[in-house]
Ligand binder design. Structure first.
Ligand code: EPU
Length: 412
């Protein structure tokens, strides 16, 4: 899908934050771990969610998705090899591995795909599965994993801080009597998944980054859960306000955005917030300095969004990506649009300006696409963004929401 962004938009209004993509994907996979039905509220209508739903339906689950509420009934769930296109399309399909190991002690799956922002191996997941007593083979992009010995207990240390591997290991071990996982990484989205599992009846405790699990007996009942707000979406709209007008983002957890908000405040931007709301108004800040890091450090998912904001600074901003190797494309786009931007490896130095010569752009991942939309909206000419589908993977109804704020966008 391509979109046209015309110049001269005046952005003003409110946005209600959607449910978090990086929480809802593992939550949907974890719905298979319940006995009976699950009702999820605040589910974003994004293409990654539709792909996961297709996988759930392929597994004979009943999925009803109305508005932002989803009902999943796994009564008829049965084991099937996960050799379907949807698994290859999205990254989060890797959560089915852990869930399948908990339920069936085996899994056959097409290796997960997702945004091409680096090599994105799953070695940490695989090592942890081995530590839990599973063996795996990878052949022709198919991962086959099965149980070799009966482990009743496990104590393991994840070999790297990884959001996905931490949750996947929690899932995979749920068949054991007891486990302990050290060196996990639990961002707000991971904590939401742990709370959900606890609601299902799994006896999990998290203390000082160590997860412990004791075998649990689950009840047959309807479990209701509300997905936490998407901090990346909230910040994207707030930055749009800072760049182009005035935006209030409602139903946010600002405590999950402590560092990005502090950086903006310290730089002097017109931004204010309460526990659940952010108000952002067009303003110029002092130069910003950002280095991405694991939570609670600066999120890699906001790096390109802040890269575009750097054009609204007085002075030179410095941005460095440390989590994924290939997330610097936006700085080449800034350069092509006339911004003084120096790129060295995974570092960029951007000089503030108010002259953007819009070009035709092409999105190459979800956050890059969202950053391009911000860039196109501040540009002084018409811009086309191709491959905008990437953005629909993670931003609920973004075209209509930006149009409702005053953005001039046409789907081509
Ligand atoms: N890594 C490994 N081996 C592994 C797993 C990770 O080397 O087995 C590396 C990665 O290549 C990366 C680093 O460890 O360099 C961190 O990766 P992590 O596992 O924490 O991230 P992820 O689970 O692949 C999730 C989100 C990403 C988000 C990151 C960081 C999902 C489906 N994806 O990825 O979301 O950037 O955590 O918060 O939850 C996005 O929303 O645009 C996005 C890419």
């Amino acid at each position: 899908m391509d979109i046209k962004v015309s110049s001269g938009s005046i952005i003003k209004g409110n946005v209600v934050c959607s449910g978090a993509k990086n929480a809802v994907i593992p939550l949907l996979c974890a719905s298979l771990l319940s006995k009976g039905k699950v009702m999820l509220r605040n589910v974003p209508r994004i293409s990654d969610v539709f792909d996961i739903c297709n996988i759930l339906r392929y597994l004979d689950c009943k999925v009803i998705f109305k508005g932002h509420t989803m009902l999943i009934d796994n009564t008829n769930l049965k084991y099937k090899p996960l050799l379907i296109e949807e698994c290859k399309k999205i990254r989060g399909s890797y959560y089915f591995i852990g869930v399948f190991l908990a339920l069936f002690s085996k899994c056959e799956i097409l290796l997960p795909g997702g945004c091409k922002i680096g090599s994105r191996p799953i070695d940490v997941h695989l090592q942890a599965f081995e530590d839990l007593g599973f063996k795996y083979i990878i052949e022709d992009d198919i991962l086959t994993i099965f149980k070799t010995k009966v482990n009743e207990e496990a104590s393991l240390v994840l070999t790297k801080k990884s959001v996905g591997a931490s949750i996947n290991t929690i899932f995979a071990g749920l068949r054991l009597n007891h486990y302990e996982i050290k060196n996990g990484l639990y961002e707000p989205e991971g904590l939401d998944v742990i709370h959900f599992l606890q609601k299902l009846g799994y006896r999990l405790t998290l203390k000082d980054e160590v997860i412990q699990y004791e075998k649990s007996k689950l009840d047959f009942k309807l479990i209701k859960h509300t997905v936490i707000p998407d901090r990346m979406e909230a910040m994207t709209y707030a930055v749009l306000g800072l760049l182009k007008g005035e935006v209030t983002v409602k139903r946010v957890n600002t405590k999950d955005l402590e560092l990005p908000l502090r950086i903006l405040k310290d730089a002097g931007y017109q931004i204010s917030y309460t526990e659940s709301e952010i108000y952002a108004k067009k303003s110029y800040g002092k130069e910003i300095e950002i280095k991405t890091d694991i939570y609670p450090g600066f999120p890699t998912d906001l790096q390109s969004i802040f890269g575009v904001l750097a054009i609204n600074t007085i002075g030179k901003s410095r941005i460095e990506e440390t989590v994924f190797e290939k997330r610097m494309q936006i700085y080449y786009d800034l350069k092509d649009s006339g911004v003084d931007c120096k790129i060295t490896g995974n570092k960029a130095e951007i000089t503030g300006t108010n002259k953007i010569h819009s070009k035709n752009y092409s999105a190459c991942d979800l956050r890059h696409g969202a950053a391009l939309l911000l860039l196109a909206l501040v540009g002084d000419e018409e811009a086309i963004i191709s491959n905008f589908d990437y953005v629909l993977r993670g931003y609920d109804d973004i075209v209509n929401r930006v149009k409702a704020l005053g953005g001039k966008i046409t789907i081509l």
